[in-house]
Design a protein around this ligand. Structure first.
Ligand SMILES: NC(=O)c1ccc[n+]([C@@H]2O[C@H](COP(=O)([O-])OP(=O)(O)OC[C@H]3O[C@@H](n4cnc5c(N)ncnc54)[C@H](OP(=O)(O)O)[C@@H]3O)[C@@H](O)[C@H]2O)c1
Length: 353
């Protein structure tokens, strides 16, 4: 079958002919229907986000149709439509993302995560994938969803929803999304609206993308980042919840502006890829009874919640601009993904050989 592989740390992603995966204990064989291609996939392949366990078939998450299940798999059967979250959790902080970078806990990995990655290494940018049963969530009713490629956005919605839920229910509260012009930020805006936020302040640099978000719903406000912390805090808040979904920004100023914008008892949730330390003022956090939370990936319950929002039409995925690509030209596809943010995303649709 055809798959996107990476053979060494300094190698590019390549289209390769590889043997079809063979079913084994704890595994589920799926036909990949569509896989989200994150905007920063090229940076991942270039090693800028930690080491990939090479050689491997790349790809963290997808929507697929179950072809076959191992004898010890009971929650799925052939024909089911599933979401692969990539998250394999052995407990105690030992978590890996199959087919991708990123380790849970301290992020340093352990002898146990090495063993997990040795057994479950290959991802989903391929015609078929063998997935660990723990990574799969059933999507009841998805067989009749009119546009399955669009469902490849569900993993990002799940990650955004997990971040939002870390601050408690959104209903009736004022929520800000920092980095709302990115794919994860757009997902957070859609989820907050679907879950009944009173207002959603979309914060980012890209004016066009902010305009598209404003057009979604009268509850959306926008703030264009100025780079000045005090000005940005005043433009963002006051809010009850701020969710930071920024990419690898070179400073923590926008994140700290979000912190400053919180009302008393408010919560700032960190979900993004900022690689900076935060200087959080002890007395201010204490006196204003603020909460600072982190959120990584999603869990099966949250994925099911998000799927139910989509399935019921409360969260309408037609608001998201879908661009599809096949397996033929990985370099062009990664370029397209890099350029596609702001309520848009690229789905890899492997299709038949
Ligand atoms: N916690 C988790 O479980 C989890 C899961 C998946 C991803 N992530 C992280 O989430 C981050 C965002 O992912 P994504 O898919 O949304 O990526 P994306 O579509 O590329 O979005 C990146 C966002 O960051 C903004 N940004 C980048 N550099 C900036 C800067 N210097 N100053 C201000 N804003 C800046 C972009 O603003 P513009 O639109 O103005 O360029 C955009 O809003 C990634 O870095 C990733 O590491 C975390």
């Amino acid at each position: 079958m055809r798959a996107w592989t990476v053979t060494a740390q300094d190698d590019d992603v390549r289209l390769s002919d590889v043997p079809e995966p063979v079913l084994r204990g704890g595994g589920v064989l799926v036909e990949v229907l569509a896989a989200h291609l994150p905007a920063y996939t090229r940076a991942v392949v270039q090693g800028n986000r930690g080491g990939l366990p090479v050689p491997l078939t790349l790809g963290p998450s997808c929507v697929g149709r179950v072809i076959d299940v191992a004898p010890d798999v009971f929650h799925l059967e052939p024909g089911d439509i599933v979401l692969d979250t990539a998250l394999l959790d052995a407990g105690g902080g030992d978590e890996v993302l199959v087919g991708w970078v990123g380790l849970g806990g301290s992020g340093a990995g352990s002898e146990r995560t090495d063993r997990m990655r040795a057994v479950w290494r290959d991802g989903v940018f391929a015609e078929k994938a063998l997935c660990a049963k723990e990574t799969l969530v059933k999507l009841p009713g998805a067989e009749s969803y009119p546009d399955p490629a669009r469902l490849a956005f569900l993993p990002w919605l799940g990650i955004a929803a997990a971040g939002l839920h870390a601050a408690g229910p959104a209903a009736g509260r004022d929520v800000a999304v920092i980095g709302a012009t990115g794919q994860l930020g757009g997902a957070a805006v859609l989820t907050a609206l679907a879950e009944g936020a009173a207002t959603v302040t979309a914060v980012g640099r890209n004016e066009d993308a902010l305009g598209r978000l404003a057009a979604l719903d009268p509850r959306v406000r926008t703030h264009r980042l100025t780079g000045d912390r005090a000005t940005d805090a005043a433009g963002i808040g006051p809010v009850d919840v701020a969710v930071d979904t920024l990419g690898a920004a070179p400073s923590a100023d926008a994140t700290m502006a979000a912190y400053d914008s919180l009302r008393g008892r408010g919560t700032l949730v960190l979900v993004g890829g900022v690689r900076q330390d935060l200087a959080v003022p002890y007395g201010d956090l204490m006196h204003r009874r603020l909460t600072l939370r982190g959120s990584w990936m999603s869990d099966q319950r949250t994925v099911t919640t998000v799927w139910n929002l989509v399935r019921s039409g409360v969260l309408d995925l037609s608001a998201v601009e879908l661009r599809t690509t096949g397996l033929d030209d990985p370099a062009a596809a990664l370029g397209l993904a890099e350029r596609t943010t702001g309520l848009g995303f690229v789905a890899l649709v492997p299709g038949p050989a």
